[in-house]
Design a protein around this ligand. Structure first.
Ligand code: PYL
Length: 296
């Protein structure tokens, strides 16, 4: 996914109530509700009970291209908005991880230039942002569309997020078509779904034709200006994770309340809810601690 900039994220944590109102109008659920749906929680009260007393830490990471100003604070702001006991560590990097563990954080979120993960150290498990973002946006599309079983869904982009989007759609029994400007990537993804899910997905080769024959679209490309107003009808619904948004401003106007797009929020919500699910399903890791390659 494209590296975020401070401009992309600086207002997010101050506009979460307004974003929740939009999400409720578009999907019937808030950020918490969509995250809970992505993690398989049937209802929000049950999720709130499960999430109570789970402390989450966000650790700034200076490696590679370094810290994105406001990134850790934005992730933390989303978690606090959802009702979690979350904080940004005073230290970054290794010292930040140690601080998080010292104060009893059960979930530790951190991102370098390659991965954004939620660690559940006591369970020996991690939640990856790409996969969580995919499940969160598909859960949102499902809510917007009133279910995806038997419905045709077009997925644009066959990178990591696109792959997990296809997985989440097949779990919901959708009929999937994938398009990528590199045809081999689309064909490779179709081969993967045949091998892993014994399910055939369709490969589209002409973007305009694919867009004009689908009402449910997930745009995982990192390109702007992919979906135009001519591709959109009053029944079209679009889920567009990440930046830049692939939907033109005219198309967004025509879509009105039938689009889900954000740079970080739904992905973080899904990550947090999936981490809660891991902790509640497996309170502690049962595998013996391993030191120097030998069981302790
Ligand atoms: C996690 C986001 C979603 C889209 N692109 C991904 C991105 O921007 N990754 C880089 C995140 C770097 C964070 C930096 C910090 O502030 O801790 N290391």
């Amino acid at each position: 996914m494209t590296r975020l900039t401070t401009d992309d994220i600086q207002d997010i944590r101050f506009e979460l109530n307004a974003y929740d109102r939009y999400l409720v109008s578009a999907t019937g659920r808030s950020l918490l509700g969509i995250g809970a749906a992505a993690a398989g929680f049937g209802d929000v009260p049950r999720f709130r009970d499960a999430a109570a007393s789970i402390r989450m830490a966000v650790v700034p990471i200076r490696s590679g291209l370094g810290v994105i100003s406001g990134f850790a604070e934005t992730v933390c702001g989303i978690l606090v908005h959802m009702g979690f006991d979350a904080f940004v560590t005073g230290y970054s990097d290794v010292s930040g991880f140690a601080e998080a563990v010292d104060v009893g954080a059960q979930v530790i979120l951190a991102a370098d230039d390659d991965r954004f993960v939620a660690l559940c150290p006591r369970q020996g498990k991690t939640v990856d942002n790409s996969r969580a973002t995919a499940t969160g946006f598909v859960a949102g599309l499902d809510l917007m569309a009133g279910g995806l079983d038997g419905k045709r869904v077009l997925v644009l982009g066959c990178g990591p997020v696109g792959r997990w989007v296809v997985e989440a759609l097949l779990m919901r029994k959708a009929i999937v078509t994938v398009v990528d400007r590199v045809a081999k990537k689309a064909e490779g993804l179709a081969g993967w779904t045949r091998a892993v899910f014994q399910t055939t997905i369709h490969v589209g080769f002409e973007l305009g034709q694919a867009l004009s024959t689908h009402l449910l679209i997930v745009d995982t490309t990192n390109a702007a200006g992919v979906i135009h107003a001519r591709h959109v009808t009053t029944d079209t619904r679009v889920a567009a994770p990440g930046m830049p948004c692939g939907v033109t401003s005219n198309a967004r106007e025509k879509l009105a309340g039938r689009i889900l797009h954000d740079p970080l929020q739904i992905g973080v919500a899904a990550m947090a809810c999936q981490a809660v699910h891991i902790i509640r399903e497996q309170p502690v890791s049962l595998s013996p601690a391993v030191h120097d390659g030998k069981s302790a």
